[in-house]
Design a binder for this molecule. Structure first.
Ligand SMILES: *Cc1c(COP(=O)(O)O)cnc(C)c1O
Length: 525
């Protein structure tokens, strides 16, 4: 889509005109609002200029230098808005990271869909509180419900007819600030399914509350969630093959651990390679061993596959899972934070609901079903606007475009004599390593492996320090055996989520890597 398009305010103001007249609001600025209006408009311009700049960073400094610049005492005197803004522009903004730059290729979350931004701004300015419906968010609650139903529908969960949505327990999901919170809610649901009433009684037998995850590619949030909800850090790691569960190993582990297991987590796009699990196989296997085990799909990345008929098969079976985490702030170009936890059987969220006479015990008060969160902003508005703007066709285009870019980057990596690709991209991530001179991929020995890791760590460090380009780095088991099966590699990761990304950028970043590798190896020699 065309992101150079600027947000036009005129039609919106025309629509709002009757409202403005009615409340005798002077759009040119009345006392009290006048100063703020100018400042806010400039803040908006400033933010958009920031996003449009080609650089990731305006300035790069060491952490301690930034600390000493910014961790200062609160002044006694008040400051004008102008001065505060000027201070921000001067001291803070140049050091900020701009993910909207197409040179930032490490992550997904560019947050630059123009309707996503519009929704964010309006959510701030309308200040609705999703905790209650009747007086706190009369319409916002239903926008949130609409968005949750759209997400459910895309993933294949069945929605009840609108007329049967009578309470928050008929919706089948909740909006949270991030995938970590959503996964934690999923683990609470798993716990209540396994040991009903733990919400009231507390954990009495943690030994039965273990969760199975794939080894080496899981996201830390599942283990953290188990510690937060009193189950203890009980993850059972199962060996993988090509970044998916080794199915015989999964079956063996489930039988071995028997009643210890309360849940199995499968990744519809793991957080490193975005490989999508064979969800139907995992579902069938787990259900055959024990139909009571809670099946959770982490689709923080994999939601993308739900958008396009060309990718939909990859998540076949996901609608059979008991719960699904999605993370639109990672893949839908909406600003932070926005995730959703979706539940196949909407009634299941009753098991983790809380009752309070502070939260209105009214049918549509989301505060009753959303653990950990009291006052909650209108996070879903940005997604509502973004999805309306794109429609089904636009979402499909978004997904297909990213997959095509990732394929193209994979081709460039494959054609490069010094690069080895470590994943076969399902979605938008390409993971690869730079090979030290003289080293060939395939059956690399211990010494070779160490030199690969040293080189890629050094390249990445230099890249972070310079701040001109960004690729991500982490540890990854070489599950496809491109260097040596099972070896732990420190690779680089490219992601094709930025709408401004072109083939020229991809070629440039590879040329940049060549330069860094030459420098690193030159200095080591
Ligand atoms: C990012 C991620 C999470 C956590 O989401 P946040 O939005 O960072 O809280 C969970 N699971 C996977 C697979 C992820 O990639």
């Amino acid at each position: 889509m065309d992101n150079s398009e600027t947000i036009t305010t005129r039609p919106a103001l025309a629509i709002a005109a009757p409202l403005l007249e009615q409340s005798s609001f002077d759009p040119e600025g009345s006392a009290g609002l006048e100063g703020n209006r100018g400042l806010l408009h400039r803040a908006l311009d400033l933010g958009l200029q920031f996003k449009a700049r080609p650089e990731i960073y305006g300035r790069r400094r060491a952490a301690c230098e930034i600390r000493d610049l910014l961790v200062t005492d609160l002044p006694a005197e008040s400051m004008t808005g102008e001065k505060v803004l000027a201070d921000f522009v001067d001291r803070v903004l140049p050091l900020c990271k701009n993910e909207a730059s197409p040179r930032f290729m490490g992550f997904g979350d560019t947050g630059d869909d123009h309707l996503g931004l519009t929704g964010s701004v309006l959510a701030v300015l309308t200040q609705q509180n999703m905790i209650n419906q009747s007086f706190d968010s009369p319409s916002a609650t239903f926008v949130e419900i609409a968005v949750l139903r759209w997400l459910r529908d895309l993933l294949g969960y069945v929605n009840p007819p609108v007329s049967e949505v009578r309470t928050v327990w008929d919706v089948g999901g909740m909006i949270t600030p991030g995938g970590t919170t959503s996964n934690t809610v999923a683990m609470m649901l798993a716990r209540e399914a396994k040991a009903p009433g733990t919400m009231q009684t507390g954990v009495s037998n943690p030994g039965r509350l273990a969760v199975v995850v794939p080894k080496g590619i899981g996201h830390y949030s599942v283990k953290a969630a188990l510690t937060w909800i009193g189950c203890g850090a009980q993850v059972i790691e199962v060996a993988t093959d090509g970044f998916r569960y080794n199915k015989p190993e999964l079956a063996r582990s489930l039988r071995e651990h028997g009643d210890r297991v309360m849940g199995v987590v499968a990744y519809a796009g793991d957080s490193r390679t975005q490989t999508i699990e064979d969800l139907r196989a995992v579902h069938d296997l787990v259900r055959a061993v024990d139909p009571g085990i809670w099946l959770h799909a982490d689709a923080c990345w994999g939601l993308l596959a739900a958008f396009s008929p060309n990718l939909r098969d990859k998540i076949d079976g996901i609608a059979e899972f008991d719960s699904i985490t999605v993370d639109p702030h990672k893949i839908m170009a909406v600003p932070y934070g926005l995730s959703a936890l979706l539940v196949r059987d909407p009634g299941a969220v009753r098991t983790i609901s809380t009752y309070s006479d502070l939260i209105m015990q009214e049918d549509f008060a989301f505060g009753q079903v959303t653990p950990f969160i009291g006052t909650k902003g209108w996070m879903s508005l940005k997604l509502w606007m973004m999805m309306l703007g794109r429609g089904r066709a636009g979402l499909a285009e978004l997904a297909d475009h990213r997959q095509q870019l990732a394929r193209r980057f994979a081709e460039l990596v494959d054609a490069h004599p010094r690069l080895v690709r470590l994943n076969d991209p399902d979605l938008a991530a390409v993971v690869f390593a730079y090979l030290p001179s003289g080293l060939q991929s395939g059956d690399v020995d211990e010494f070779g492996l160490r030199s690969v890791n040293q080189l890629n760590i050094a390249i990445h460090e230099r890249m972070l320090t310079e701040g001109r380009w960004h690729l991500h780095q982490f540890t990854l088991p070489d599950d496809l055996g491109r260097l040596r099966k099972g070896a732990v590699v420190h690779p680089l990761r490219f992601m094709a989520n930025n709408p401004e990304l072109t083939e020229a950028h991809m070629r440039e970043v590879l040329a940049y890597l060549d330069r860094l590798a030459l420098e690193v190896e030159g200095e080591a020699a």
